[in-house]
Design a protein around this ligand. Structure first.
Ligand SMILES: [Zn+2]
Length: 292
């Protein structure tokens, strides 16, 4: 599932393909639960508009248009924003997604039945496509001045937070630290991978109550989460399931993981076997010796 680093990688790559370009073609798939704005209305609202800015808010992308309306995008589990400027953007996809494509599509990808939104531009340059096989992604048009409850409930962006803000947010709650991190209300943008990695580096057990976490530990946690996220952005994100960069290539941060999906393997610090448990319905990985 794309988390903050993967969305940031997508944003940095897509920016020049969106900003200052006028939309003159909008192709949408049949209405489905990915569309929070009905596709027909979306088409009307986007046609002819010029994109002014592309912003990231936690795991969301916001496309700002010239009439001050915005498009809210979320990649969900398997969403991919792709540009049509490379010959075969899906050639490096993960095996599961790759296998779902016809042999022709694996060589030179063209929008398929999973491509729900296609944007063409008046400069006749590369199109931008939103593809999502499982349709847990989201597309919503926000009228000028409008926000969305999904954005309103977000805590401080993980890349901008500091330890004392996190400590203050923790004082109001009494749940497992991993569970609160996943809720996005204290720290926004941290999902399963970076929560496990950050907690390992800060030596905090994922099931510890946030009420017991000290200020110094919050500072360490924020520092390490930012460190792993920045390193992940540098390496193109984690392509553990379906994430690919908009040019179809994979990130490589997964090769640097300390604990995530390493259950049964030795801890890189102390050699103790990495354990697996479930916190807030999500797969959780930790070292029972390093993390307390
Ligand atoms: Zn260890």
């Amino acid at each position: 599932m794309p988390e903050l680093p993967e969305v940031e990688v997508t944003k940095r790559y897509l920016e020049p393909f969106l900003v200052q370009r006028q939309i003159n073609k909008v192709i949408v798939s049949a209405d489905n639960y990915l569309f929070l704005t009905p596709p027909k209305e979306l088409k009307q609202q986007l046609h002819g508009r010029t994109i002014q800015v592309l912003e990231r808010r936690a795991k969301y992308l916001l496309v700002g248009l010239d009439n001050q309306s915005r498009i809210l995008l979320h990649l969900g589990m398997t969403g991919q924003l792709l540009t049509a400027n490379v010959p075969s953007p899906l050639r490096l996809l993960s095996s599961t997604t790759g296998a779902s494509l016809t042999p022709e599509a694996q060589v030179a990808f063209r929008p398929d039945e999973h491509t729900h939104l296609q944007l063409g531009f008046s400069d006749q340059g590369p199109e931008v496509w939103f593809r999502d096989p499982r349709k847990f992604g989201k597309v919503k048009w926000l009228k000028p001045g409008a926000s969305d409850e999904r954005l309103d409930k977000l805590g401080i962006d993980a890349l901008e937070a500091d330890g004392s803000e996190l400590f203050a947010a923790f004082r109001k709650r009494k749940i497992a630290i991993k569970a609160l991190l996943l809720q996005q209300t204290a720290l926004a943008g941290v999902g399963n991978i970076y929560a496990d990695e950050g907690l390992f580096l800060a030596q905090i057990h994922p099931e510890r109550s946030v009420a017991d976490v000290k200020l110094a530990e919050c500072r360490q946690l924020v520092k390490f989460i930012q460190q792993v996220m920045e390193r992940s952005i540098e390496t193109g994100g984690s392509s553990i399931s379906d994430f690919v960069k908009p040019d179809g290539s994979q990130g490589s941060y997964q090769d640097e993981r300390q604990v995530y999906a390493r259950q049964g393997m030795p801890c890189r610090v102390c050699k103790t076997t990495i354990m697996h448990t479930v916190v807030a319905t999500r797969s959780t990985h930790y070292c029972p010796k390093c993390q307390r």
